[in-house]
Ligand binder design. Structure first.
Ligand SMILES: Cc1cc2nc3c(=O)[nH]c(=O)nc-3n(C[C@H](O)[C@H](O)[C@H](O)COP(=O)(O)OP(=O)(O)OC[C@H]3O[C@@H](n4cnc5c(N)ncnc54)[C@H](O)[C@@H]3O)c2cc1C
Length: 279
């Protein structure tokens, strides 16, 4: 699964926040941040001369507080999947964490290395950590090279296939999943051409205690789409809103994992399954 990156001459391993911030200036096409490396070490990267490994910075993977969960960018998918929902009975949404990790069918070997930040920042349409964050109103904290930080909804951070709003010198530090969203019930559906194939459609829904309904559609469109309703929509209105996503979110995605027509049809079908489950 991994390969040597023969052009890389320097590997930096910042040990704390100050060292991470000091490493940010100079990031660019030839000097990249490294999470778990499950993507970076899986395909040739001839443009790379240096890597900044974030995993030695000592960021606490998951922090629970009254206002929700904060997940460090360096938290592995395995850490997220292992969080025991029974320990947080006030947050019925928690099983969605393991569900979204399972959508990345790379076996636990990949889960133990792949990071939440790497998954979001790689910005594949089938990035299940983007799905998770989009469905739970996840807010990214981003540090820049001049020491400032900004916050942005993860659904807005990912703007297309392999494209995010991050600019050179920025690092995704963490994602906050607010308690207001964690109090909802959730449902998840995935479609792929093969049982262990990459997601062609990955949709997560959430029903809040006040009746509000949220649907995050990913993998079927190049960038995450989130539909929000104050109460459960009628089937007809809901189907029309899902149909419209092809036009508003970059077209139904077309790659070897599924045709646009099939992705559209499956999105409609699975979205309605979620609506019915969360009735
Ligand atoms: C068998 C297998 C199956 C896979 N299936 C899927 C799948 O279904 N869906 C999917 O989306 N991916 C999939 N992948 C690709 C990849 O493994 C995952 O996306 C993984 O989560 C990437 O995380 P990482 O920490 O290993 O990222 P890395 O390889 O370390 O980095 C990925 C990119 O993100 C950047 N980056 C990393 N951390 C940060 C940060 N904190 N701030 C800013 N930029 C950062 C890096 O510079 C790089 O450009 C799969 C890979 C394998 C090997």
């Amino acid at each position: 699964m991994t390969m040597d990156l023969l052009t890389v001459e320097a590997l930096e391993r910042p040990r704390d926040d100050d060292e991470v911030r000091a490493a940010l200036p100079g990031l660019g096409p030839d000097r990249a941040l490294l999470g778990g490396g499950t993507f970076l070490f899986s395909v040739p990267q001839p443009h790379l001369r240096g890597l900044v490994d974030l995993t030695a910075a000592g960021w606490t993977p998951i922090t629970a507080a009254d206002d929700g969960l904060t997940v460090a960018a360096t938290a592995t998918l395995a850490r997220l999947a292992d969080l025991d929902p029974a320990a947080y009975p006030q947050w019925p949404a928690l099983p969605l964490l393991a569900g979204c990790c399972e959508a990345l069918v790379g076996s636990r070997k990949v889960w133990h290395v792949a990071t939440v930040g790497g998954n979001v920042c790689l910005a594949l349409p089938a990035g299940p950590m983007t799905t998770l964050a989009a469905a739970l109103d996840g807010v990214a904290t981003i540090w820049d090279a001049s020491g400032r930080q900004r916050r942005e909804l993860v659904e807005d951070l990912v703007v297309g296939t392999r494209r995010t709003t991050l600019v050179a010198g920025e690092v995704l530090r963490s994602i906050h999943l607010p308690a207001t969203a964690l109090r909802g019930r959730t449902a998840l559906r995935k479609a792929s051409l093969a049982p262990l194939g990459r997601s062609a459609v990955l949709i997560a829904g959430r029903r809040d205690p006040d009746g509000a309904f949220t649907l995050a559609v990913t993998a079927a469109v190049p960038r995450p789409a989130v539909l929000r309703y104050e109460s459960l929509p009628t089937p007809d209105r809901f189907a029309a809103d899902v149909d419209a996503l092809g036009a508003t979110h970059g077209g139904w995605y077309d790659d070897p994992h599924g045709t646009p027509e099939w992705r559209h049809a499956m999105s409609r079908h699975l979205a309605e399954e979620i609506r019915a489950e969360l009735r």
